[in-house]
Write a protein that binds this ligand. Sequence first.
Ligand code: UDX
Length: 447
Amino acid sequence: MNITVIGTGYVGLVSGICYAELGNRVICVDKDRAKIDTLLGGGIPIYEPGLQELSVKNREAGRLSYTIDLQEAVRQSELVILAVGTPSLPSGEANLSYIEQAAAEIADVMNGHKIIAVKSTVPVGTNERVRDIIRSRTSESFDSISLPEFLREGSALQDTMHPDRIIIGADNHEAAETIAELHRPLTDRIVVTDIRSAEMIKYASNAFLATKISFVNEIANICEKVGADVTLVAEGMGYDKRIGHAFLKAGIGYGGSCFPKDTRALIQIAGNVDYEFKLLRAVVEVNQDQRFSVIRKLETIFDGRLEGKTIAVWGLAFKPNTDDVRESPALEIIRHLTRSGAHVKAYDPIAISNFQSMYGEDSGVEWCGGAMEAAAGADALCLLTEWDEFVQADLQELQSILRKPILIDGRNVFKEEDLAETTFIYYSIGRPRLNQGVKEEISALHY
Ligand code: UDX
């Protein structure tokens, strides 16, 4: 099939490359010339394991091309996929201007029947809006499809090539069947719905996963008070098939480009039809508060006095295996630390430069080139992203180079046996049994 994908962000680029890998002829279009130049030069503008190799492979096979020429691409394609960004407006609502603009541009160059599929996450009713825009600008026939995307950053290729399901929202059986056929090599679990339901499935899925995370984080907070261990609680709960183990890892809350944006958007979508989504509001509120659990633990240890302390931070990306720092809990945690007068030594294996651009100037932050360099001489270390490099760190070495052996593990990466030979003052999330460091020891630190 000849496919144009508009937008070379995470969703557009990964799906475009994967459709090519399936044997289709794919043209990826973006307005951003620098991005297209990077792609044409064999590079990849985002960090995603395996993506660059697959891009090069499919370009060499002649199935994949990159261009800024939307007209040329659309004219050669039967299927046009919109995968442009839908960032949050200040109200929380999704900004649809990129989608609307792309729809108008497609309409203006159409040269025959097309299937127009929307992969961007868009509020219920947006596909109809796209259809109206196209209809108002061309007499060519076309079919609208909602084709929500469920890939995760860091495992985007695996998620795309082995999806749990494909959702196709359509009002035309033939068009739905064409799109189903395209995805059949990937899975048999193809659910065809009406367009509005497909749009809702995407928001409802992300909101549900965010709810699981906030739920387990609240359980963790209670575990800390009642002396239970949240990792064991989650394990025990997860064996119930109705619950499952996924997305029950307690930590410092969710970040990234999707959950924060999509939960806010769904609250707004509900609000627009006079429905107050109380549960989801609470999910967002819990998530916002959870990132401060790290700060609260530091404050307990230092008796509320962070001023003048040097705090090392391991991990700036919102999760491992990505350089994405959008809505990363590290942003607010580090901001809070420097505002409290602490000096921060920050390190991430690949996300430092993205983090610097988003965070901005701050004389209170020192950017470090290595994990041990960041930890050296610090009064405490906070682990905020569970990169393998940190999980496998030599804890004896770490203990010896910290000024005070204080470790706040915001992602519960260390196990009891890892800590057995150490004398860390150790706090994690919802595992009070593992807390190390007696009160007197902590008191002795108040210098
Ligand atoms: C998410 C959805 O999983 C994906 O289906 C959708 O298409 C886009 O949004 P992504 O943002 O890439 O994907 O990351 P994900 O792996 O889902 O993690 C999101 C956030 O939740 C991260 O900050 C992660 O650290 C956090 N998380 C995840 C937890 O705190 N606990 C968990 O158990 C799982």
